[in-house]
Design a binder for this molecule. Structure first.
Ligand SMILES: *Cc1c(COP(=O)(O)O)cnc(C)c1O
Length: 454
């Protein structure tokens, strides 16, 4: 086990060369999930008293386990929201792993926390927040939304207490019917109610629907949530209309931009995000459309002191940190120990510059609008909704769920892509979510063409 033993050195080389080989694929094989029974047969008893030895464990991973994981960065992986980290970001994730940086406090991770904050400050500037904004990178949008809502409720509670008023019977927040499932999950964790506002014909939350929801909700509304790019369709709510209502009512305004807010970087779609600056908090996931590896969500508050009041953990062994007055990332979300998961994005931004990101996001939107046009012009295909960002949802005339499934299985089996069925209002469809610079219009046309063979 000595750090310089020949076995250790050889394993170090083997693992690093595995990582290098994975990065050098162009593209990596798509791969496919395997059954539990097969994995139990092919990789039995991997955790035992003696250990397998590093080389054997690595071989097992390379030959059995890794091929049973989908390559979500494959250009044909188009379902859910794919990921497409830059090489710079992936390389730096290795550095983060090798560096044992504690990202919860300034005292322990000042340099890395400074760099993460540079990225958060850039995002804050993009949406029009001023310099007092700040936040933290958390694990994902689910945790980002929860943390923002906890800060919102805490703020509402403090306001009631300051006014000498009593608490409402139930706390509630308003979001649209097309908002992400993580908001409902947050409501369950917080034991609060969700008031679902209607959307317009395009799936967008608008001001009037928020006014209606507020009226039906009665008292106890502590937050209004807009979605800046729904996961299913990439539709952006009317952020300014909703924000003005929230601000006028003195209710916390949160913008969930986990997938779509990156679209603010493109001149083509920047106008859609007008009004984000009215938010009290927003999130955007670098692992979705900011070309960073899993897993990271940037959570930014207009007034971070409100989040700190809600989230700081107190304890005898922590007091030396919490009393210091330093910027401690752990104070701004539901977390304590944390990986400096914003650093891969920081390194990639510092390497390539923001301009490269604007271009890459614009290119994805261009590919999406090109394939939307192809679909529009194909009499057998129909767009379910007009594409707005980089998600394209469409139906094939006469296809049932079974047809989509058969086609999807074929694409996966052939290693062409992952395009799973989806549905809207009970009707099956499928969708392309495009966040990978290697996903070209040509590839998407090729995938559409395979529908003819079904
Ligand atoms: C993906 C997504 C989330 C959840 O983010 P995770 O990183 O998967 O936890 C929340 N909101 C929206 C709009 C999303 O697209």
């Amino acid at each position: 086990m000595h750090a310089t033993s020949p076995e250790t050195l050889a394993l170090r080389e083997a693992v690093l060369s595995y990582a290098r080989a994975r990065m050098e694929y162009d593209p990596a094989p798509l791969d496919a999930p395997d059954t539990l029974e097969n994995l139990q047969r092919l990789a039995p008893d991997t955790v035992n008293e003696k250990g397998l030895g590093g080389q054997a464990a690595l071989s097992l991973f390379a030959e059995v386990l890794a091929p049973a994981c989908l390559s979500t960065d494959h250009p044909g992986y188009l379902s859910f929201i794919p990921t497409a980290p830059t090489e710079a970001a992936t390389l730096f994730d290795l550095v983060v792993s090798a560096s044992s940086i504690y990202g919860g406090s300034w005292m322990e991770g000042a340099g890395a926390v400074y760099a993460e904050n540079e990225v958060l400050a850039w995002l804050a500037r993009e949406v029009g927040f001023d310099e007092s904004a700040g936040g933290v990178f958390v694990q994902g949008g689910t945790l980002g939304n929860l943390s923002a809502l906890v800060a919102a409720r805490h703020t509402a509670e403090a306001k009631l207490a300051a006014d000498g008023k009593s608490r409402p019977a139930r706390w509630k927040f308003v979001c649209s019917k097309e908002a992400h499932s993580s908001l409902k999950a947050a409501a369950r964790v917080m034991d609060v109610d969700v008031v679902l506002a209607e959307v317009d014909g395009e799936g967008r939350l608008r001001g009037q629907a928020v006014l209606d929801a507020l009226e039906s909700a009665g008292d106890g509304v502590f937050a209004i949530v807009s979605t800046a790019g729904t996961t299913n369709f990439g539709i952006v709510d009317r952020l300014r209309e909703v924000g003005e209502i929230a601000n006028a009512a003195g209710i916390w305004y949160h913008v969930d931009g986990a997938y779509g807010l990156a679209g603010i970087l493109s001149d083509k779609t920047k106008y859609l995000f007008d009004g984000t600056e009215l938010a009290d908090s927003f999130i955007v996931d670098p692992h979705k459309w900011l070309f960073a590896p899993f897993d990271a969500c940037a959570l930014v508050y207009r007034n971070p002191a409100l989040a700190k009041a809600a989230h700081t953990q107190h304890g005898e062994y922590l007091d030396t940190l919490t009393d210091s007055g330093d910027w401690n990332p752990s104070d701004y979300a539901y977390n304590l120990t944390r990986r400096v998961r914003g650093l891969p994005l920081w390194f990639s931004l510092a390497t390539h510059g923001v301009g490269a990101y604007r271009e890459a996001v614009s290119d994805n939107i261009q590919v999406a609008s090109e394939i939307a046009e192809v679909i529009r012009n194909n009499p057998k295909l129909k767009l379910v909704r007009e594409q707005e960002l980089s998600v394209v949802v469409f139906e094939r005339e006469g296809w049932s769920l079974k047809d989509y499934e058969r086609w999807s299985d074929y694409l996966l089996h052939e290693g062409i892509g992952l395009v799973v069925p989806s549905s809207h209002l009970g009707k099956p469809n499928t969708r392309f979510a495009i966040v990978n610079p290697q996903t070209t219009t040509e590839l998407l046309i090729k995938i559409l063409d395979t529908m003819e063979q079904m």
